[in-house]
Design a protein around this ligand. Structure first.
Ligand SMILES: *Cc1c(COP(=O)(O)O)cnc(C)c1O
Length: 218
């Protein structure tokens, strides 16, 4: 069930009043649902799986800005390099170099966010502070990627204080490295914690289930 238009507009207003961009996370959802939201005026959509994204992209309006928000394997970069708008979850220098290489083949500069590991869970991906610093330095030589900022995922917990603390860690890194690297995007916040993320400095939220209804998987 896609959110009603009036509620969507209310959400978008709340976000834009705070200078925050909405990425509608459409993973596992059919193209009909995406088109509904597109008809409301939504242009930024996020997907987690390369195969699903490359299936959907050709059959939907070409002015959609596709965000890749999942864990990207290096051998799959080539499939999304021709059209992807922003890759959120870059978590290694090797991956960054691969994106740079594939972007060059298409004469593109692909925008990316570096993912920072802020959760206490082992399973979440991302750089720590030192790796982030080193990678930013090395990335200066890569001409076909533009690092626009940082992305992070908080722990899966009911503890709002912990989630807020994790968001603050990410914001502090954004403030530390942002000015010298011309960052403009801090991607943090999902359906359950987007308000907390905005309070703590998010400029881009990735919202799925709130817009599209609960997922069966993914
Ligand atoms: C699925 C997903 C989201 C959206 O999650 P919801 O809780 O449905 O809003 C956001 N970010 C990432 C990286 C995701 O995988």
């Amino acid at each position: 069930m896609v959110m009603e238009k009036a509620l969507y507009e209310q959400l978008v207003k709340e976000l834009s009043d705070n200078g925050v961009t909405l990425v509608a996370v459409s993973k596992t959802k059919p193209v009909e649902d995406i088109r509904l939201l597109y008809d409301y005026g939504q242009l930024d959509f996020g997907e987690n799986y390369v195969q699903e994204l490359t299936d959907k992209q050709p059959v939907l309006p070409q002015d959609i800005r596709w965000h890749f928000i999942g864990h990207l394997q290096r051998n799959k970069v080539k499939y999304i390099a021709p059209f992807v708008f922003l890759i959120h979850g870059v978590d290694s220098l090797k991956l960054l170099k691969e994106i740079n290489k594939e972007a060059a083949k298409h004469n593109r500069v692909i925008s990316v966010l570096l993912q920072v590991h802020i959760a206490t869970e082992e399973s979440k991906f991302g750089f720590d502070e030192k790796e982030l610093e080193d990678s930013l330095q090395e990335a200066a030589a890569l001409k076909n990627v533009a690092i626009k900022g940082l992305m992070g995922m908080a722990s899966f917990t009911e503890d709002q204080h912990q989630v807020a603390a994790e968001f603050r860690v990410l914001k502090a890194l954004y403030d530390r490295f942002g000015p010298s690297h011309a960052f403009s995007i801090l991607s943090m916040g999902m359906s359950s914690d987007y308000r907390l993320a905005i309070t703590n400095g998010s400029t881009m939220v990735r919202i799925g289930s709130l817009l599209f209804g609960a997922r069966n998987y993914g």
